[in-house]
Design a protein. Structure first.
Length: 500
């Protein structure tokens, strides 16, 4: 069938969408590079053609219409759909956002690192949480469906359907399909489910780290053997995703809780943050820094026309490579802003639900204990040597000058988390700063109503850097309070110097 699809190169669908290049496909569908009008110009896009009769075609079009109404930054956009006939084949088509690379291409040359895997997992979990909350399921997550458009990690969307519906097209079983979807095991109407997505994600997770999927035992009731070489938390997540019994698998929220519980502080994207300095001025932070990713693909086969692109991937894959942007620095009391050091952002923290009974809203979680244990600050690599930690002598003789904020870190929280906020969630963190301007200790003064946002603020506060107050030309120890305010639309931070 691939030869049949390839022969369609050069054809025009409905007089609007030229089939520029065959990218790959299956017996029943194919994806081509095309162009679509955007104002007065033509922009690159992808078009998926599916051979379908009248009944199946209408069902597919109705699913695409519903999927096109969904909106999430980690979901490939669908633009236009319809019917056509080419070379005697009755077709339905959907025009969608064109990505550059996919995860399957990268795995053909190397496994992902733990940091890259975490970034991938965070993005996929975020969009799955959104889809499941809307009553949809993806139905067939695999590396070829994890892609990027520009610098944004995205999940394919042309296969989305309502929970409880059956998958259209070929019924051939793959390792990514959950065992319950095998024909005859359960009714077809129950084959697509959030639990099925979790199985597919588990298979994809193991393949991401090992470049192979674990074999599924033919003996009933036996779960796949997960490689014990996987690092935590990925090993534990894979174990709970790849259970034969769908009711025993973790939900997306439980996976998130496990991931967050083992989440290191690392640079990553933030969601439209804004920092408000103390008293005298307010300046907006630069917008989010997303994981830089270059993915493409809608089907496993990649044609010779993409050989140069694949060679570039093999030489130096850009998948999940993070970048940071310069953030404006909050102004200390009565002072002008100084030039910031290289900024960073905290890795996105995900919904932290317990594995048992879930709370209805993150903003309504149980408060932590009134006397939280202080967390030691994480030191930047470039300042890890000879960091001052003496907290006894707080002041030298003479009147000190005011300190300033030299480098600020915004807590990156997921959109699905902020959507649970009603009003404003306030968290106050006290930080002790050494004579070099590094945070040596951070602790919660006021945790607010949510453990999740308190944890996000505390992790971010540990990475702030300051220009210390000066006494006699020398830096002295200081104490600051950082007031974090989380709303649905923004994150505001007010730094206040308490000592000296």
């Amino acid at each position: 069938m691939s030869d049949t699809w390839k022969r369609l190169e050069g054809e025009i669908v409905n007089g609007k969408f030229p089939l520029r290049q065959y990218l790959g496909g299956s017996e029943h569908s194919a994806v081509f590079l095309t162009e679509r009008p955007e104002g007065e110009i033509l922009v690159k896009a992808a078009i998926k053609l599916t051979a379908a009769g009248a009944e199946d075609g209408e069902l597919q079009l109705s699913r695409w219409r519903e999927a096109a109404e969904l909106s999430h930054p980690n979901l490939i956009s669908l633009y236009e759909l319809g019917r056509s006939e080419l070379d005697g084949i009755s077709l339905v088509y959907v025009v969608m956002e064109c990505a550059e690379e996919n995860l399957a291409q990268v795995l053909s040359s190397r496994a992902l690192t733990s940091a890259e895997t975490r970034a991938m997992l965070e993005a996929v979990l975020d969009v799955l949480g959104y889809l499941h909350g809307k009553g949809f399921a993806h139905g067939h997550i695999q590396p070829a469906d994890i892609m990027a458009s520009g610098d944004q990690l995205k999940l394919s969307s042309e296969g989305l359907c309502r929970v409880g519906e059956s998958r259209l097209g070929s019924l051939s079983q793959t390792a990514y399909d959950p065992p319950e979807s095998v024909l005859g095991v359960v009714p077809a109407s129950q084959a697509i489910s959030p639990a099925g997505d979790v199985w597919s994600l588990g298979m994809t997770l193991v393949e991401t780290l090992t470049r192979s999927v674990p074999p599924v035992p033919t003996t009933k009731h036996l779960d796949p053997q997960i490689p014990q070489s996987l690092q935590q938390p990925f090993l534990e997540i894979a174990r709970h995703c790849l259970l034969r019994r769908p009711e025993g698998r973790w939900t997306v929220a439980q996976i998130v809780a496990q991931l967050v519980g083992n989440s290191p502080v690392s640079p990553a994207r933030a969601r439209s943050p804004r920092t408000r300095p103390s008293a005298s001025a307010a300046q907006r932070m630069s917008p989010e820094s997303a994981p830089s990713a270059r993915l493409y693909g809608y089907a496993a086969p990649i044609t010779i026309g993409f050989a140069l692109l694949l060679a570039a991937i093999l030489a130096g894959p850009r998948l999940f490579r993070h970048r940071t942007v310069a953030l404006q620095v909050p102004i200390a009391q009565g002072e002008q802003p100084s030039v910031p050091a290289a900024p960073s952002q905290v890795a996105p923290l995900l919904h932290e639900h317990p594995t048992g009974k879930h709370s209805a809203s993150l903003a309504e979680e149980e408060r932590p204990s009134k006397a939280p244990t202080p967390m030691p600050a994480l030191v930047h690599p470039e300042t890890i040597h000879e960091v001052e930690t003496n907290t006894v002598a707080r002041l030298s003789a003479g009147a000190p000058t005011h300190g300033e904020v030299a480098h600020q870190v915004v807590p990156a929280v997921l959109q699905s988390a902020t959507e649970t906020i009603r009003g404003t969630v306030r968290v106050r963190v006290k930080v002790d700063v050494d004579r070099s301007g590094n945070v040596e200790e951070a602790e919660l003064e006021s945790s607010g109503p949510s453990k999740y946002f308190a944890r996000a603020a505390l992790a971010a506060a540990q990475l702030w850097k300051f220009k210390p107050p000066m006494v006699g030309g020398k830096g002295v120890l200081s104490t600051w309070t950082l007031q974090f305010e989380f709303t649905r639309d923004e994150i505001t931070i007010v730094p206040l110097q308490k000592m000296p």
